[in-house]
Design a binder for this molecule. Structure first.
Ligand code: SF4
Length: 287
């Protein structure tokens, strides 16, 4: 029996940066420290941070006192940023630089009057923020199948970007669509904005899912990149389980499985990974 632990695990660069920033401020701040929406999409980490006095609110109106407010790694819509500035709150921007880059791209394309196609989940905070930077010129595509309907009425100039955590394979299909003869009379600018960490993890997830008998994908159920990893794994391995903690592991029916893969999302902390590995060892290997 064998456990295959992915090489690319735990916090990604953007999440680590946000966590380092928040920890430093929580340690030294005498004022309240807020985050508008969960700082990262991992409920267990958020619970821990809230115990350390981070105040998570869903609306600006819930911020009563002066203090510091964190912009999470997914970024926030422009109008929210303006409201926060008006409230005279000290803003600590933990937007991941990869996300920031797309915001700038979208903003510049909008200024030059491009129709901006954003491939991503409409209700995800990263996409909501990108839409705000497009100044009414964005069309969000959630599925490849939506393409034809969505691009009707697009400008002669089209800019294509993707939410950082979308699946590489799906984005490639969208790129191919825009490179087809249908667009020969249009000016199409394509930006591959998938985050490099996400791409690496997706490639590794596919490999592990193909090589193992069962896969655990650890991460928040509200985490877009973890959900995507679980979707990719389930394409190649029907015994794929998206879990948040070790308590969810039930291997009663899988005692005879010999190779177990463990993959994590970009906001999964080390302590949860260790607990999962230990529990798998105990359940399957009797170690
Ligand atoms: S997954 Fe990529 S884009 Fe998202 S926070 Fe991490 S490094 Fe940034």
């Amino acid at each position: 029996m064998e456990i295959i632990l992915a090489k690319n695990i735990g916090f990604c660069f953007g999440v680590k940066r946000a966590m380092d920033l928040v920890t430093a401020h929580l340690n030294k701040s005498k004022e309240p420290v807020y985050t508008l929406g969960p700082l990262i999409h991992n409920p267990q980490v958020m619970e821990k941070l809230e115990k350390e006095n981070l105040v998570c609110v869903s609306k600006i109106e819930q911020i009563k006192k002066r203090g510091k407010v964190f912009i999470r790694s997914h970024g926030v819509p422009r109008e929210i940023l303006t409201k926060l500035k008006r409230k005279k709150l000290k803003i600590i921007d933990a937007t991941c630089p990869y996300v920031k880059r797309i915001q700038h791209l979208v903003n510049n394309l909008a200024k030059k009057n491009y129709t901006i196609i954003i491939f991503g989940k409409r209700n995800h905070p990263e996409v909501e923020a990108l839409v705000s930077y497009a100044q009414g010129k964005a069309k969000v595509i959630e599925k490849v199948e939506d393409l034809t309907r969505q691009i009707s009425g697009a400008n002669k100039k089209i800019g294509l970007v993707a939410q950082t955590t979308q699946a590489t394979e799906d984005f490639q299909k969208i790129i191919s669509f825009f490179q087809s003869p249908l667009f020969q009379n249009k000016e199409v600018k394509i930006y591959n904005t998938l985050c490099p960490t996400t791409k690496k993890r997706q490639t590794e997830a596919e490999k592990i899912a193909r090589e193992t008998d069962l896969v655990f994908v650890i991460g928040g159920k509200n985490s877009s990149n973890t959900t995507r990893l679980a979707e990719i794994c389930s394409r190649y391995q029907r015994n794929t389980f998206h879990i948040e903690t070790a308590e969810e592991i039930d291997l009663k029916n899988f005692k005879r499985k010999t190779k177990i893969g463990i993959i994590t999302g970009a906001s999964t902390p080390e302590w949860i990974i260790k607990e999962v590995v230990e529990r798998v060892k105990k359940s399957i290997l009797g170690g």
